[in-house]
Design a binder for this molecule. Structure first.
Ligand SMILES: [Fe+2]
Length: 466
């Protein structure tokens, strides 16, 4: 695919330097009247500093975007996350030390990197940006101003963390996964109560640590899937290599499935499975003596290399896409069955959040129309009927979809699907609103400019912010 010319989607990997506040968007179609609230999105948004380009897309400085759906129109805002890492970059006019996968003239551990460009969450009325180091960056939900970086001070010797905490909407608890290089070197899981009290649920040793972007929680268990892409714990907090380069893929190790009792913190079992690499778990639930975990599985971690800016050039593919894959973990027979689901390859899988931790039948995802392409379509898959409905549009590259239910008591998958799409011909982005049942367009709300490609997003209904 790399022909030596800039890919036509290159604008999606270009820096957006201007910040914006409450800019009106031009709307085509009709925004559903019940859709009132704010969509937030985060991702890398600036890739050059001091005349240098960062070495990897995930080293782009975190850019926050918000889209306000109000009764009288739609507005957007963009603001850079004022992390200490970004402020240091501006002061030094250079790529700071501690990169994900970029070289820096300075030496420093990735632990100092609070460029939280990977995920955005809201919990206990706090909007948080998250990366893969154990700290949260708190954001003002109205202005997108950075409030402060909050280190996860309750654990010593943590060198990395998952940017995807798991929230139990029934109990109000939050689970976080941390990678530690001591006390002991291995994995630690914390639970935070709805009142905000955090305790260490468990810590168990591991000679090597897996690249663990997310994990699963069910009503009874916490499940870690450690693929054979691992690093020595001490290496993760050293400044010898960029963070990613500490990990080594060794398919011969296979995958380890670690199942922890959610109530006691006891490691119930460690089972083996075929080698797989996953960034995102999709959903998990209990089924008698079985635990079902759905995740988006790649054959290997080459997606991370595919997002490198080799010699300052934007990624030119191929871009592998993961397959939604089901792990059936049988605790009685102590075995794991691992099989792909029938839906097409796709990332950023999302479901109706009301079915979190229980069986779902509808899955939404963003994927390529052809192997190796960048994400250029959205789909809805119904596992009860095997019905696939797609959305795509010429020259358009959608990001992570978000599902918003039509009403609290509506059926599974009935509501709206939102995402930010880049139209590379128009050189503008728009918020796409689809009817989530039919995948038909309801509206496009056009930004007056192109937004760089992003990562995760969320929608906060108006009543949740007042
Ligand atoms: Fe993620």
């Amino acid at each position: 695919m790399n022909s030596g010319t800039a890919p036509r989607y290159g604008i999606g990997f270009a820096s957006l330097l201007d910040e914006a506040s409450r800019v009106p968007l031009s709307v085509t179609g009709i925004v559903p009247p019940s859709l009132v609230g704010t969509m937030y999105r985060i991702g890398p948004g600036r890739f050059q500093i001091g005349g240098h380009t960062v070495g990897h897309w995930l080293d782009g400085f975190a850019l926050l975007s918000s889209v306000n759906f109000e009764l009288h129109g739609v507005t957007c805002s963009n603001r850079f996350l004022a992390s200490s890492w970004y402020r240091r970059a501006l002061t030094e006019d250079a790529v700071p030390a501690g990169c994900f996968d970029s070289q820096s003239v300075h030496r420093g551990s990735h632990l100092s990197n609070d460029n939280a460009n990977m995920n955005i969450t809201i919990w206990r009325n706090e909007l948080e940006a998250l990366g893969d180091t154990p700290q949260s960056v708190l954001i003002d939900p109205t202005t997108l101003a950075t409030i402060r970086t909050r280190p996860w001070a309750h654990l010593n010797r943590c060198c990395a963390s998952s940017p995807h905490p798991v929230f139990d909407h029934l109990t109000g608890e939050r689970f976080d996964l941390l990678l530690c290089n001591g006390d002991p070197a291995g994995y630690a899981i914390t639970v935070t109560t709805p009142e905000g009290t955090t305790r260490r649920l468990c810590a168990f040793p591991s000679l090597r640590l897996g690249y663990m972007h997310s994990f699963s929680v069910t009503p009874r268990w916490v499940v870690l899937v450690e693929g054979p892409f691992t690093a020595y714990p001490r290496a993760l907090s050293s400044s010898r290599h960029p963070y990613l380069r500490n990990y080594v893929w060794d398919a011969g190790r296979g995958s380890r499935i670690l199942v922890v009792d959610r109530r006691t913190g006891v490691l119930k079992t460690t089972l083996s499975a075929r080698p797989l690499f996953a960034l995102h778990h999709i959903n998990a639930w209990d089924d008698g003596d079985q635990v079902i975990v759905d995740l988006a599985a790649y054959a290997d971690p080459s997606i991370l290399d595919a997002l490198a800016f080799d010699d300052g050039e934007v990624p030119a593919g191929d871009f592998p896409a993961p397959l939604a894959t089901r792990l059936v973990i049988d605790l009685e027979l102590e075995r794991v069955l691992c099989s792909p689901l029938k839906c097409p390859p796709g990332e950023f899988c999302t479901l109706d959040g009301r079915f979190s931790m229980r069986p779902h039948t509808i899955l939404f995802a963003a994927g390529p129309t052809r192997t190796g392409e960048l994400i250029n379509r959205l789909y809805r898959y119904d596992f009860t009927t095997d019905r696939l409905i797609e959305w795509s549009s010429d020259n358009c590259f959608p990001g992570a979809p978000i599902f918003v239910p039509a009403a609290a008591d509506s059926q599974e998958g009935e509501g709206w699907l939102l995402t930010i799409v880049l139209d590379v011909l128009a050189k503008r982005s728009f918020v796409l609103i689809l009817d989530a049942v039919t995948m038909t367009e309801q509206a496009r709300a056009w930004f007056p400019y192109a937004l760089p490609f992003g990562l995760h997003a969320l929608f906060v209904p108006e009543e949740a912010t007042t």
